[in-house]
Design a protein around this ligand. Structure first.
Ligand code: NAD
Ligand code: MG
Length: 388
């Protein structure tokens, strides 16, 4: 009988939607993985439970006030526990063969960069980190010989379609978008949209922030910038099409007019599995695709008047430099304000546009530069929103 090869894995953002989907796959293949580090923002109870279940070497809570509770819950287990931003980076530096970057927001940037510096495999879900750092991150990947694999379903689809093909032969890359829960809403109705309505996504079960981003279409905007860095074919070759069924996850068209697409259920365990098993394949518990049962798949052009976020993201990608980091920071502040009931849904993109209209800082050259741009753009965004 063939011996099972065990690989080491760390999950940054283990208690979230992507973290849970990843751990579900590991749970089904327990003897193939050894868990090094698990991290969370503050949910000590859930993190301690996962750490015991998976026999993690260490756990970290970003919010240090939760550390005493975490230590208490893990007493006698032999599992190391730490707290704070520095500890997150140290956990990411433990050199696991695979690190899943699944923290939400630019808060995940420094730990993701720490994982990249280990020169191993980084499975990237945390799109805000790549949007903010851009060339700073891709240069670090090259410098440290790391392998950056896309977990985001669209980018994972593109990655699969490009396998074995020459990127110079790509004519266009099309990202599909569900259009979110408000796809057919009028502007007047969008103005009244509530946080509860925005997080109720029709096809995907995700964290609150990305659900709101899907509703504003900023998720697709961030994904456009993510694709710009992962697949450097040029901004003019990146397209977006609305596809409400979320079955076709993205498409690549080549010069001969052949278009390859990747299809699958709208369950993040499919792209995560493709990364965990890469370059091979593994079983998932997801339902097989039944095209006859689906009947029809539809596609139409996005409406950037009702949903201006993709335009803002394309402009930021075109401007380059600090613009994508500013766009992301402004969006994070606006989404948090919307979720807290402080601003209207339609003010999210409007506020991002206002922050981008202010003088932009110089292009970042280092991680510290990106973190300063992010911090300062948040301050400007809060000032504009009068939340300061
Ligand atoms: P989530 O809110 O469900 O989970 C986020 C995780 O990050 C949690 O473990 C949380 O404890 C941790 N976290 C939150 N704030 C933190 C902070 N300040 N410092 C450290 N840790 C922090 O989010 P999610 O839906 O799992 O999304 C995670 C990332 O993956 C996001 O960047 C999202 O855009 C991306 N993504 C998610 C999906 C999806 O289906 N959920 C799909 C594609 C991409
Ligand atoms: Mg996506």
């Amino acid at each position: 009988m063939a011996e099972t090869v065990t690989r080491t894995i760390s999950i940054l953002g283990a208690t979230g939607s992507i973290g849970s989907s990843t751990l579900d796959l590991i749970r089904r293949n327990r003897d193939e993985w050894r868990v090094v580090a698990l991290t969370a923002n503050g949910n000590a109870g859930e993190l301690a439970r996962l750490a015991r279940e998976f026999g993690a070497e260490c756990v970290v809570v970003a919010d240090e006030t939760c550390l005493p509770e975490l230590r208490e819950l893990l007493s006698g287990s032999g599992i190391e526990a730490a707290g704070g931003a520095q500890a997150l980076c140290e956990a990411a530096s433990r050199g696991a063969e695979v690190t899943v970057a699944a923290i939400v927001g630019c808060a995940g940037l420094a730990p993701t960069m720490a994982a990249i510096e280990q020169g191993r495999v980084v499975a990237l879900a945390n799109k805000e980190a790549l949007v903010s750092a851009g060339d700073v991150m891709t240069a670090a990947v090259a410098r440290h010989g790391a392998t950056l694999l896309p977990v985001d379903s669209e980018h994972n689809a593109i990655f699969q379609c490009l396998a074995g093909n020459d990127p110079a032969q790509v004519r266009a890359i099309t990202l599909t978008a569900s259009g979110g829960p408000f796809r057919e809403w009028t502007w007047e109705r969008l103005e009244q949209a509530t946080p509860a309505e925005a997080v109720r996504h029709p096809n995907w079960d995700m964290g609150a922030k990305i659900s709101v981003d899907s509703a504003t279409m900023m998720n697709k905007g961030l994904e456009l910038i993510e694709a710009f860095h992962l697949f450097p074919v040029g901004l003019d070759k990146l397209r977006i099409v609305i596809h409400p069924q979320s079955v076709v996850h993205s498409l690549v068209e080549f010069h001969d007019r052949s278009t390859l697409a990747q299809l699958g259920p709208s369950d993040m365990r499919v792209p995560i599995a493709s990364i965990l098993a890469w370059p091979g394949r593994m079983e998932t518990p997801c339902e097989p695709l039944d095209l006859a049962a689906l009947g029809s798949l539809t596609f139409h052009a996005p409406d950037e008047l009702r949903f201006p976020a993709t335009r803002l993201a394309r402009e930021a990608a075109g401007a380059g430099g600090a613009a994508p980091a500013v766009l992301n920071a402004a969006n994070e502040v606006a989404v948090a304000a919307f979720l807290a009931g402080q601003i209207a849904f339609t003010h999210i993109a409007a506020n991002v546009e206002r922050v981008l209209a202010a003088d932009l800082p110089a292009a970042p050259a280092t991680l510290d530069d990106v973190l300063v741009i992010d911090r300062d753009a948040r301050a400007v965004a809060r000032e504009i929103l009068e939340l300061a």
